[in-house]
Design a protein around this ligand. Structure first.
Ligand code: EMZ
Length: 380
């Protein structure tokens, strides 16, 4: 996977793009991305709901995603309510259940000689794993699988309001169910939470749940699909993990750096300022380009190579600073179990056919994953 940002990163450090007539200055260097992520007073997340996402979602939702679209200090107060729950993936039972889910999907994949990875492997894997994070019955994932890979986008449109409505209505229904019959699931846990001497409102719970469904969906799907493609093209990598399973944790970090499943995330500028000596006006947007920062040669030796056991790896694939990904513990466990199970069960992966998913950012095209990837798994 190329690094399409290299030239702009070296020359200027930023790239200007338009997004639905609301321009964005993409910040490209590792140092600047981290610096701007720290400066939350100048570069804010608590703007109009949907505006920090690029492409902007202001036209398809009003609900604020929490804690992602909130600034400190409220951000920290919301996050504190959720931290413990989102660390559950570290519990041994969680890992065991995740292993069962992933082993089962790999066993199924080994039964067919033409597997379409996005729809038949990555999407079910992401959705079934999400039942663990929400702590709800496994069968519920069938509903989410039926929504397809992105909850806000469809094949022909980048922003699909009618599709988004399916998710919002679904979450509203689940919240009502949890109110009438509380259980041990995330909805019930949030509804029972105390926030600044009151209970969270339904709208706040909805905001957390939308983020939980949307934020870790196409990102995980891209990670999983890219991993299968990578191992198919690099049998020696699969071999290395088989021989040295202890490198799995490093391999996860390296692959997520290299793939950077989320290209960037925006911020709204609170006061006139400069980035890379470029004037940025109040109330315009910048984006923190994780994908570019993760290929910055001033930080990563051989940035365009996958070094599976890379020792020093300060990547920003899960974001940086106060807003770093709350779902990262879950995602990392999923990625680790996937590598372990593949290395145990699969000998080789043959790529049959592929259709790349290429994002367009102004004049820059970035491959982020696949729209379709047909492969066959072989156990010997
Ligand atoms: C938002 C975003 C969060 C957004 C960490 O990323 O993910 C995107 O896929 C969604 O469209 O609404 O949740």
């Amino acid at each position: 996977m190329d690094d399409p940002f290299e030239e702009a990163r070296l020359e200027r450090g930023y790239e200007q793009i338009d997004d639905q007539n609301d321009p964005v200055v993409m910040v490209l260097r590792h140092k600047d991305v981290r610096k701007c992520a720290h400066q939350w007073k100048t570069f804010q997340s608590g703007a109009k709901p949907g505006r920090i996402v690029v492409p902007s979602e202001v036209n398809i939702r009003d609900t604020r995603q929490i804690p992602f679209e909130v600034d400190p200090p409220e951000h920290g107060a919301y996050r504190a309510l959720m931290e413990e729950w989102f660390r559950r993936p570290l519990l041994p039972d969680y890992e065991a259940s995740l292993t069962d889910i992933i082993d089962d999907i790999i066993d199924g994949a080994l039964q067919t000689n033409n597997l379409e990875v996005v729809e038949q492997f990555a999407l079910p894997l992401q959705s079934r794993a999400l039942t663990l994070l929400l702590n709800i019955p496994h069968e519920e994932s069938e509903v989410w699988i039926s929504w397809g890979t992105h909850v806000f986008r469809s094949d022909d449109t980048k922003l699909d309001a009618s599709k988004a409505t399916i998710l919002y209505d679904y979450i509203d229904t689940q919240i009502e169910k949890a109110i009438s019959l509380p259980g041990d699931d995330l909805y019930s846990k949030l509804l029972a939470s105390d926030f600044q001497d009151r209970k969270l409102t339904k709208e706040e719970v909805k905001g957390v749940m939308i983020l939980t469904f949307a934020g870790g969906r196409d990102t995980i799907i891209n990670y999983v699909t890219n991993t299968i493609a990578y191992l198919g093209n690099h049998p020696e990598a699969l071999q290395l993990i088989k021989e040295q399973p202890e490198i799995c944790n490093r391999a996860v970090e390296e692959l997520v750096r290299y793939f950077s499943p989320l290209t960037h995330m925006g911020r709204v500028v609170k006061e006139d300022t400069y980035v890379c000596e470029h004037a940025i006006l109040k109330n315009t947007r910048i984006s923190l380009c994780w994908a570019s920062a993760n290929r910055d040669a001033s930080v990563f030796e051989h940035p365009n190579e996958v070094v599976l056991d890379r020792k020093v790896n300060p990547h920003v694939a899960f974001g940086f600073g106060t807003h770093k990904c709350l779902g990262a513990t879950h995602a990392r466990q999923l990625m680790k179990v996937l590598l372990k199970s593949l290395s145990k069960k699969v000998q080789s992966i043959k790529i049959i056919d592929q259709k790349e998913n290429v994002e367009e950012w102004g004049t820059i095209n970035r491959k982020v994953g696949y729209d379709a990837l047909n492969v066959s798994f072989h156990s010997n």
